[in-house]
Design a binder for this molecule. Structure first.
Ligand SMILES: C[S@@+](CC[C@H](N)C(=O)[O-])C[C@H]1O[C@@H](n2cnc3c(N)ncnc32)[C@H](O)[C@@H]1O
Length: 224
């Protein structure tokens, strides 16, 4: 099958319509956040649904019980993840913008998820060492990484010891952002960083890795 731009648009809309319909609360989240100045850089609904399904199987013999997210924005992806997790599961999400974090707190209230999701303000690489003091090494079932692309390689090395054997780490924007992976190397530093990370993960013996072409592309690895 030849993948034209028109066909890809149709297929994405098809996936959204058939598998990833938002409920009334979810569909209002980003519109409200946008009015408060939050940019529309959330994951697509079909990526969100993919995260929900992964969260529902990422635990030991069932849904994830402990998950981390880097890059909350207004909480859109966190809602999908939390809905897939165990009833008594806990999602810890890190966000450096106080405007975004305030909108996310509102989102979690609206969705009845304030107990399940904890927002940690600050930069991922500064907040993560504090979280490490609260949770045991090898206790995290799932990590969704969607913050600063230039820091993705450092996020991976920092979070890997916290993830249990069999746990999963997902990276958004694995194939595109304001760049696309088919651009010439050397034209966008983030593209080159993600390219290098994808290639490293593809042969990293600590994980089994693949890339799912949904939304902007999600690289998914399972810790051995
Ligand atoms: C692409 S958005 C996240 C989208 C969100 N995951 C969703 O789909 O709803 C990236 C977010 O990461 C935050 N961010 C960027 N760099 C960060 C860092 N170093 N530490 C924490 N948050 C960061 C930005 O403020 C922004 O809210």
């Amino acid at each position: 099958m030849e993948m034209t731009a028109e066909r890809w648009k149709y297929l994405s809309e098809y996936m959204r319509e058939v598998f990833a319909r938002e409920d009334a609360v979810q569909s209002g989240v980003m519109a409200r956040a946008e009015r408060a100045g939050v940019p529309r850089i959330e994951v697509s609904p079909e990526t969100g649904k993919f995260l929900e399904v992964i969260a529902s199987i990422a635990g030991q013999g069932g849904p994830a019980k402990l998950a981390l997210e880097f890059g909350t924005l207004a909480g859109y992806s966190a809602v999908w993840i939390a809905r897939g997790m165990a009833k008594d599961g806990k999602l810890i999400t890190i966000e450096m913008s106080s405007t975004h974090a305030a909108q996310a707190a509102e989102t979690f209230r609206e969705c009845g998820l304030s107990e399940k999701i904890s927002i940690r303000p600050g930069r991922v690489l500064e907040v993560l060492p504090r979280i490490e003091k609260e949770i045991a090494p090898g206790s995290v079932d799932m990590v969704f990484i969607d913050a600063l692309k230039s820091e993705y390689p450092r996020y991976f090395e920092a979070v890997l010891p916290l993830v249990r054997s069999g746990g999963v780490i997902l990276f958004d924007n694995a194939l595109a952002s304001r760049w696309t992976m088919d651009m010439e190397p050397g034209r966008d530093a983030d593209r080159d960083t993600v390219d290098e990370l994808n290639r490293k993960l593809g042969s990293d013996q600590r994980v089994i890795a693949c890339c799912v072409p949904i939304g902007n592309g999600v690289t998914m690895v399972r810790k051995r």
